[in-house]
Design a protein around this ligand. Structure first.
Ligand code: PLP
Length: 415
């Protein structure tokens, strides 16, 4: 993967692009929200569609010359419809955050009430955190997971909904390792006449493959990102029943965005085609099997996992008991030195801060893309253990870095 055209104009950026490819090839990407898109998706996203203005929707644009933009967007919509089984799909949101904002803007008035999961318990900034405008425009209360088990507390959520009487309940999370029972959240929403937005950003690929139960057909609105467990390039998506289609479409454009990023829509179309191939289901199953193997080995090595394990692509490790003197930030830094890239993360009942939390979150979506199996993931768990047991020991970090490079060589990327 060279960037000769960039290099001719701008060697500094070309150097950074090539260094980034080397970084992805030679280190383990375990940030749970990341993956490696195929060359086909990367090419589509890096295409001349970036030049095209296509405000509007296929067949009804505000600009001329949109016939190929229409083709690309129609393909993305058709494929997403087939993958997820939704009545209506909008593939234009620039990101998962903007997909969520479109739902709020379509269905709520300023001052309306949102009930969503607390950020430190696995929620997302776009679910009403005060640092996002959503948190300032609407009245937000938050539910929590059960502090003992780490599982969602569906009864507590239903009681909270009775008291707060929200206009919308948001489900779907950034750091929740367990299967979500969408129908129980829908029941809580129905009982207070609220909408239900299921944000499957992290598990879009698992849902597409049928490896996680789908909220489509249960929740009123389903949003997702297209670059996490599905490999369709950076972006967002909104799905809903036909009755809300016009409201959602006008909330995406012109409500929250201008012209769609047609190069990203092209990437989505290609990535969705790949996800419709039979081997995508095998990929999604392997991703989950790998996360389970990673979690089991970490637990065997003495770590405690929030909820004691995982049903999806990520594990959340609470370091407080096993490594009381090591924060999630310390662990993240030492692991990065060793070539294992993941993030410090808050855990339920957080006692440190969001900037230097008590846990680490690790995902297997990107490792699985480059060919890792359960045995490899157990090896990775052992490498993580060696580093987190001795984060200040430079010789340990250097040894692990070598083992990481060997694993990377055995599982090459972007050949
Ligand atoms: C990642 C994520 C999003 C989308 O994030 P963007 O960076 O805006 O694409 C939305 N919701 C949840 C729960 C997420 O984890």
């Amino acid at each position: 993967m060279d960037h000769d055209h960039v290099r001719d104009v701008d060697p500094a950026v070309a150097d950074a692009l090539e260094s980034e490819i080397d970084r992805q090839r030679s280190t383990l990407q375990m940030i749970a929200s990341e993956n490696h898109a195929s060359r086909a998706v990367v090419d589509a996203q890096g295409s001349v569609m970036t030049n095209k203005y296509a405000e509007g929707y296929p067949g009804s644009r505000y600009y001329g010359g949109c016939e190929y933009a229409d083709e690309v967007e129609e393909l993305a919509i058709e494929r997403a419809t087939e993958l997820f089984g939704a009545d209506h799909v909008n593939v234009q949101p620039h990101s998962g955050t903007q997909a969520n904002q479109a739902v709020y803007f379509a269905m709520l008035e300023p001052g309306d009430k949102i009930l969503s999961l607390d950020l430190t318990h696995g929620g997302h900034l776009s679910h009403g955190h005060p640092a996002n405008f959503v948190g300032q425009l609407y009245e937000v209360e938050q539910y929590e997971v059960d502090p003992e088990t780490g599982y969602l507390d569906y009864e507590g959520l239903a009681e909270h909904a009775e008291e707060f009487d929200p206009d919308i309940i948001v489900s779907g999370y950034s750091a929740y390792p367990r299967e979500v029972e969408w129908d129980r959240i829908q029941e809580a929403a129905d009982s207070v006449d609220a909408y239900h937005l299921a944000d499957i950003a992290h598990i879009t690929g698992l849902v597409a493959a049928g490896v996680h139960e789908t909220p489509v057909g249960t929740a009123d609105f389903v949003t997702g990102s297209t670059h996490k467990t599905i490999r369709a390039g950076r972006g967002g998506i909104v799905m809903c029943d036909e009755e809300y289609a016009d409201d959602i479409d006008s909330a995406v454009f012109p409500g929250g965005q201008g012209g769609p990023l047609m190069h990203n829509v092209a990437g989505k179309a290609v990535g969705f085609k790949e996800a419709l191939e039979p081997d995508f289901e095998a990929y999604a199953r392997q991703t989950v099997a790998n996360a389970k193997a990673l979690g089991e080995q970490l637990a065997d090595n003495g770590f405690s996992l929030v909820s004691d394990g995982t049903d999806n692509h990520l594990v959340l490790v609470d370091l407080r008991e096993s490594h009381p003197d090591t924060s999630g930030g310390d662990a993240e830094d030492a692991l990065e030195e060793a070539g294992i890239v993941l993030n410090g993360n808050t855990v339920p009942g957080e006692t440190r801060s969001a900037f230097d939390p008590s846990g680490i979150r690790a995902g297997t979506a990107a490792l699985t893309t480059r060919g890792f199996d359960e045995a490899d993931c157990r090896t990775v768990a052992d490498l993580i253990t060696r580093v987190v047991d001795a984060p200040d020991d430079e010789s340990v970090v250097a040894e692990v870095r070598e083992d990481v490079e060997q694993l990377c060589d055995e599982n090459p990327l972007y050949e």
